[in-house]
Design a binder for this molecule. Sequence first.
Ligand code: PLP
Length: 361
Amino acid sequence: MNLRIPGPTPCPPEVLEAMGRQMINHRGPEFRALLVNVLSRIKKIYQTEGEVLIFTCSGTGGMEAAIVNTMSPGDHVLSVTNGSFGDRFARIATEFGGQVIKLSFEWGDPVDHQAVSKALKDDPSIKLVLVTHNETSTGVTNDLEAVGAAVREQGRLLLVDAVSSLGAIDLPMDEWGCDVVVTGSQKSWMVPPGLAMVAVSKRAWKAVEEASSPRFYWDFRSMKRFQDNGETPFTPAISVYFALAAALDAMEKEGFANVVARHARVGAYTRNMVKGLGLSLFPNEDYASNTVTAIRAPEGVDVKSLLRTLREQHEVVLAGGQGKLDGRIFRVGHLGYVSEADIDVVREALRAVLPLEASKG
Ligand code: PLP
């Protein structure tokens, strides 16, 4: 199968091999060495002087951790959203009692940093800003640098969902003024699902100390205390840590700048493939993501049937649309262990299947 969804993504053979290693004591010297090693290398990809914490959970767990550690019930929160994952971040804050003000943009368009700046100037009571770096549901990469500058200028905290960007798209967290940045192992990192990485800026720690939301599993303070001793408070997904170390070896061998350049190249290659087939991109192309491409379903083509035929007859697995984009778009993931050759396979499958599907409609 050619798995071309925006996560979970395929893993290189050496990563899968690492997953099969025998268990070790999670409170012993081997895990301690593994944790220290992995943390120091991830920090370089975040480009941060802050703290990186690793939780055994999916990306959404990392998002919830970001909220409960920095927000108190009743806090005013600005949710900057242009898709389904931005809406999810807002929902989590709402569930924990935040007073969420939504600044929504058309799905397919980027968020507007000037509007963020204005919203913050107009409402000094806003404490936290939530934003999605790469909106996987629409295939848009937001200008996080500009949003970060706007938030920093107004002295608020910026929580970033970088679940489908970090590790593939450059995100110098400190330079861009981000305070909490969340990512997930099953995306750009070429690792199976199971770990969420959360980086916390020095500024954010003050909020962590002051926040009054209830938290136990997600408590940044206990995670930091344990990690400082080479442990985690609860049993970690040890196999996924093994895999992560192997994937980091591969990323370092390639060189992180080359990893980012490969994603930019493959992203452009995918967009050209789409246009070459006479299809149209869903998002504003100036902000089209280098990790996922969203494509408008051609007139008369049923997306579910298209995806089924691709899978059953060509062993190519693509993703459909989410929420209000269900049935209107389909998506190709190109993050992590991916090259142009994988996109060629997608192109050939689409070329074979699309006329057939269109004739059904
Ligand atoms: N945020 C973004 C941008 C995502 O792409 C995803 C997963 O697709 C998530 C959050 C949620 O991650 P998970 O499914 O690992 O909880």
